[in-house]
Design a protein around this ligand. Structure first.
Ligand code: NDP
Ligand code: OXD
Length: 314
């Protein structure tokens, strides 16, 4: 039995250390491989820890019992048609990941609600000026996706006074949060949303969901925050809605092409706040406990928790 780590951009040593501390029964010197290193017999690998693995990589290991993703979104894995569909896929659910995403969303919502980004520009011009202050209770935040991340952000936003709703496939019951669900509820949800936050998984159903048609259904002067995937936004439509004045601003953490090319007009757009896909980074120290528990379950022949539905794509 062996573990293969296929996560090019991530420091394997950090994960090896935290997992070794949680799993003293495993010899990480002999049974942990960092791609492209692998055992002589690839059939010895039963667990793959991955983040954006290269296409075809997972199909090389015929003995895989589970693939564990080191992030929440599994779109890059399921886009690979060679993914061995009989192998359970586990995604990251971790309190630190959730907490950090909620911090990001709260910061961006408050920035737009209180217009702190505009006051920043006043300071740069030595301009002492005040703007009308709107009340939190009247500010309608709408969260696309009420899963692990969206539901926590919704709860915290509601607890500080925002008028919060969320949109998901199935109905949700969250204190202080209005639940819109299913396709028919999408238009009314958009129509009541002043600040739209995207926390959907990227699937065939959600790709390009932030487009000219949907953005036009937001009220004049709305804001968009996308902390999910660049594939959710049609970037030309978003820029057009900002330029026409229909949207007042956008905070984008994710892009169709990452890193965002230096030549992209998004970088310098006066109404866009850009961050480099850092809304919430996986925290090895916190995530290792959950991953270790799943590795133990798998090796005892039990079902791992936090599995993705390969049919739903999330
Ligand atoms: P979950 O799978 O827990 O939740 C997904 C939510 O989206 C669910 O509420 C689901 O509805 C809803 N949903 C899915 N498809 C549709 C649809 N077609 N129509 C309406 N609602 C839909 O995901 P997480 O909350 O854990 O994560 C969300 C995404 O955030 C990840 O997939 C990832 O891409 C992104 N992410 C980005 C990070 C960053 O740093 N920028 C960090 C971490 C995650 P239902 O509940 O009814 O199933
Ligand atoms: C994730 C991410 O999906 O960091 O976890 O984007």
């Amino acid at each position: 039995m062996g573990i293969i780590f296929i996560a090019g951009e991530i420091d394997a040593d950090v994960w090896r250390d935290v997992l070794a501390a949680e799993l003293p029964e495993i010899d990480f010197d002999t049974d942990f491989y960092v791609w492209p290193d692998r055992p002589t017999d690839p059939g010895d690998i039963d667990i793959a820890l991955v983040w954006r693995p290269p296409e075809n990589a997972l199909s090389e290991f015929p003995g895989l019992a589970c693939v564990i993703n080191l992030g929440a979104g599994v779109d890059s894995i399921l886009n690979d048609e060679t993914y061995p569909r009989h192998v359970p896929l586990v995604r990251m659910i971790d309190p630190a990941l959730t907490r950090h995403m909620t911090e990001f969303v709260i910061q961006r919502v408050l920035t737009f609600h209180r217009k702190f980004h505009v006051y920043d520009s006043f300071q740069r011009n030595h301009d002492w000026k005040e703007m009308r202050q709107e009340d939190t209770l009247t500010k309608r935040v709408g969260i696309l996706g009420l899963g692990e991340l969206g539901s926590d952000a919704a709860r915290v936003l509601a607890s500080i006074g925002f008028d919060v709703a969320g949109w998901s496939r199935r109905e949700k019951t969250i204190d202080g949060v209005q639940s819109f669900f299913g396709e028919d509820a999408f238009t009314p949800f958009l129509g009541r949303t002043d600040i739209l936050v995207c926390l959907l998984p990227l699937t065939e159903a959600t790709r390009g969901i932030l487009n000219a048609d949907t953005l036009s259904q937001l009220p004049e002067g709305a804001y968009v925050i996308n902390a999910a995937r660049g594939g959710h936004q049609v970037e030309a439509d978003l820029l057009a809605a900002l330029d026409s004045g229909h949207l007042a601003g956008a905070a984008l953490d994710v892009f169709n092409e990452e890193p965002l090319p230096a030549s992209s007009p998004i970088w310098d757009h006066p109404k866009v706040l850009v961050t480099p896909h850092i809304a919430s980074l996986s925290s090895p120290g916190s995530a290792a406990r959950e991953i270790a528990a799943n590795i133990r379950r798998i090796r005892k022949g039990e079902e791992p928790t936090d599995q993705v539905s390969l049919d739903a794509g999330y």
